[in-house]
Design a protein around this ligand. Structure first.
Ligand SMILES: *[C@@H]1O[C@H](CO)[C@@H](O)[C@H](O)[C@H]1NC(C)=O
Ligand SMILES: *[C@@H]1O[C@H](CO)[C@@H](O)[C@H](O)[C@H]1NC(C)=O
Ligand SMILES: *[C@@H]1O[C@H](CO)[C@@H](O)[C@H](O)[C@H]1NC(C)=O
Ligand SMILES: *[C@@H]1O[C@H](CO)[C@@H](O)[C@H](O)[C@H]1NC(C)=O
Length: 444
C-alpha cells in the first residue's frame, strides 16, 4: 500500500465539496434544552384568563429551535426511498416505496412536542444535500392564514417533490389537533408518473396538564395520476385499549379496485409490504388461535373529567407476517436526543450555519433568524426578546404596506392550481438557485 498516495487521496477527498458537507454535518446542538419544569405554567395561564386564544403568545420554552419551514423539510429525511422508487421498473414496487416515503415522512414527529417557530412572511429555507442528490427551497407565502410552500428536486432530474402546507389548528381544551391541509406532489420524470397525497391529522394531547404525547390518524390516499391506481393508508387512532397506537395499515389497488399489496407497520417504527392473500390468511389464523391474549391498558376516557389523557403503554413492536418485505425502518435517535428536543439526526443538522453558507444562502433564510439561533445556543432571554422584536417588525411592515395600499408579493412561489388535482396550490417560479437575490425584504 502506498501510504503517501493514500494521504494525497484522502486530503483531496477532504477538500472536495462532498466531503465538506459529509464531515461538517453536526450530530448535536450547541446547547441542551431549557427545562420546562423550571417554568410556571400556572403563572402564565393566570395572565391569559379571558384572552382570545389567537392573542395568546405561547412562552418560548414550549418551542424548539427550528422554524416550521425547517420542520416540514424533515419530509426529506428518507429521500433514498424516492431514489429507490425511480430505479424500479415495476409500477407496484414504485407505489410501495412512495407509500413508505409518505409514512416515513411523519416519523420524525414522534415525541417532538416542541412547537416550531412560526415563519415570518417572506422567510425562506434552503437545503442542498449533494451527497443525497437533492436540493430544496421553501418560502412562507402567507401569514394569515399561515401557508408554507416548498419545492425539491433531485440533482439528476429524476424526481421533484413539492407542496404547500396550511396547518389548521383546533384547540379542544386538553389537546390541539392539527390538520395539515395542502397537497404533496411527487413526480417521477423517467416514469412520467405523478403521485399526490395529503398528510394525516396530528393531535398533541395534554397541552395544559399531564404528559404531552402525539397521535397521527386519518386516511392518506396516494393517487397515481397516470392510471388512477391508488394506495389507501389508514393511520389508526389509538382506540379504547391503545392497541392501535401508531399503527398504519393499507393496500395498493388498481383502477378496478383489485388489491395488489397490503402495507402495514407503525409510523414510529417500520413498514412492510405483503401479498394480500397471505396477509388475510395470517389474520384468520391469528383470530382462530384467540389472537394475542395480552391485556391492553384502557385509555382513560377523554370526555368530561379534569384528568389528563394518558398515553397508552406501547411496548408492542410490529410483528412481521412471514413472507413480508421490509420497506422502511426508522433510524435510532442520536444519544443526546432527549436533551435536544428529541431531535433526529436529520433535525440536528437543519439549522446548522456552515461558514461556507454565509453570502450564499438568501438573507431571508431561517438559519439567519436571531431568535432561533439564540434558543439553539441556550440563551432563552435573548431568544424571547428577539422573537418579540421580529414579530413587531413584521407588524410594522404590514402597517406600512396597508398605508401605501401595497400588496405583499411572494418571491419564489406563485399561487396556482395543482396540475393533477386542480386544487389551489403554490407553484415554484424557479430561479432561487441562480443565487441572485435582489429586492428581498429585510425581515430580520
Ligand atoms: C452530549 O451533550 C453533551 C453536553 O450536553 C456533550 O458534552 C456531548 O459531547 C454530547 N454527546 C454527543 C454524542 O453528541
Ligand atoms: C401508475 O402509472 C403508470 C404510468 O402510466 C402505470 O404504468 C402504472 O401501472 C401505475 N401503477 C401504480 C401502481 O401506480
Ligand atoms: C422527549 O421524549 C421524552 C420521552 O418520551 C418525553 O418525556 C419528553 O417530553 C419529550 N420532549 C419533548 C421536548 O418533546
Ligand atoms: C436518473 O437516475 C439515473 C441513475 O442514477 C441516471 O442514470 C439518469 O440519467 C437520471 N436521470 C433521468 C432523467 O432519468
Amino acid at each position: 500500500m502506498n501510504s503517501e498516495e493514500d494521504l494525497v487521496l484522502y486530503i483531496t477527498f477532504l477538500l472536495s465539496p462532498i466531503a465538506i458537507s459529509l464531515f461538517c454535518l453536526r450530530t448535536t446542538l450547541p446547547a441542551p434544552m431549557f427545562s420546562r419544569n423550571e417554568f410556571s405554567i400556572w403563572g402564565f395561564l393566570k395572565k391569559c384568563i379571558g384572552m382570545e386564544l389567537s392573542k395568546i403568545t405561547m412562552p418560548i420554552v414550549f418551542n424548539e429551535p427550528l422554524s416550521f419551514l425547517q420542520r416540514i423539510t424533515e419530509y426529506m429525511e428518507h429521500t433514498y426511498l424516492i431514489h429507490k422508487a425511480c430505479t424500479r421498473s415495476d409500477s407496484i414496487e414504485r407505489m410501495q416505496l412512495v407509500a413508505a416515503f409518505a409514512i416515513s415522512a411523519v416519523a420524525s414527529q414522534w415525541d417532538r412536542t416542541g412547537k416550531p417557530f412560526n415563519p415570518l412572511l417572506g422567510e425562506t429555507f434552503e437545503l442542498t444535500r449533494d451527497e443525497e442528490g437533492y436540493r430544496l427551497i421553501s418560502e412562507q407565502v402567507s401569514h394569515h392564514p399561515p401557508i408554507s410552500a416548498f419545492y425539491s428536486e433531485s440533482l439528476n432530474q429524476n424526481f421533484s417533490f413539492h407542496g404547500s402546507i396550511y396547518p389548521k389548528l383546533k384547540f379542544w381544551g386538553k389537546s390541539v389537533e392539527a390538520e395539515p391541509k395542502g397537497t404533496m406532489t411527487l413526480e417521477l420524470s423517467k416514469h412520467r408518473e405523478a403521485y399526490t397525497w395529503t398528510n394525516p391529522m396530528c393531535c398533541v394531547h395534554n397541552v395544559i396538564l399531564g404528559k404531552l404525547w402525539i397521535e397521527q390518524y386519518g386516511t392518506v390516499e396516494i393517487v397515481n395520476h397516470s392510471t388512477g391506481d391508488k394506495c389507501l393508508l389508514n393511520f389508526k387512532p389509538c382506540g379504547m385499549f391503545g392497541k392501535e397506537l401508531h399503527r398504519v395499515e393499507g393496500h395498493i389497488q388498481d383502477k378496478s379496485k383489485k388489491k395488489h399489496r397490503v402495507i402495514y407497520g407503525k409510523w414510529t417504527e417500520c413498514v412492510y409490504s405483503i401479498e394480500p392473500k397471505v396477509y388475510e390468511a395470517n389474520k384468520k389464523a391469528e383470530k382462530k388461535s384467540g389472537g394475542d391474549s395480552k391485556k391492553h391498558k384502557q385509555v382513560k376516557s377523554s370526555t368530561g373529567g379534569d384528568d389528563a389523557d394518558e398515553m397508552p403503554d406501547v411496548q408492542e413492536t410490529v410483528t412481521m407476517v412471514p413472507g413480508s418485505t421490509l420497506l422502511w425502518r426508522v433510524a435510532p435517535r442520536p444519544p443526546n436526543s432527549t436533551q435536544m428536543y428529541n431531535f433526529t439526526n436529520f433535525a440536528m443538522t437543519l439549522n446548522e450555519l456552515e461558514p461556507g453558507m454565509i453570502g450564499v444562502i438568501a438573507p431571508t433564510d431561517c438559519r439567519l433568524r436571531p431568535d432561533i439561533r439564540a434558543m439553539e445556543n441556550g440563551d432563552i432571554d435573548t431568544a424571547s426578546r428577539e422573537k418579540e422584536r421580529l414579530e413587531e417588525k413584521q407588524r410594522a411592515a404590514r402597517r406600512e404596506r396597508a398605508k401605501d395600499e401595497e400588496e405583499w408579493s411572494t418571491r419564489w412561489f406563485q399561487q396556482g392550481n395543482n396540475p393533477y388535482t386542480g386544487a389551489a396550490d403554490w407553484i415554484y417560479k424557479g430561479g432561487y438557485f441562480d443565487r441572485r437575490y435582489p429586492h428581498l425584504p429585510d425581515i430580520y
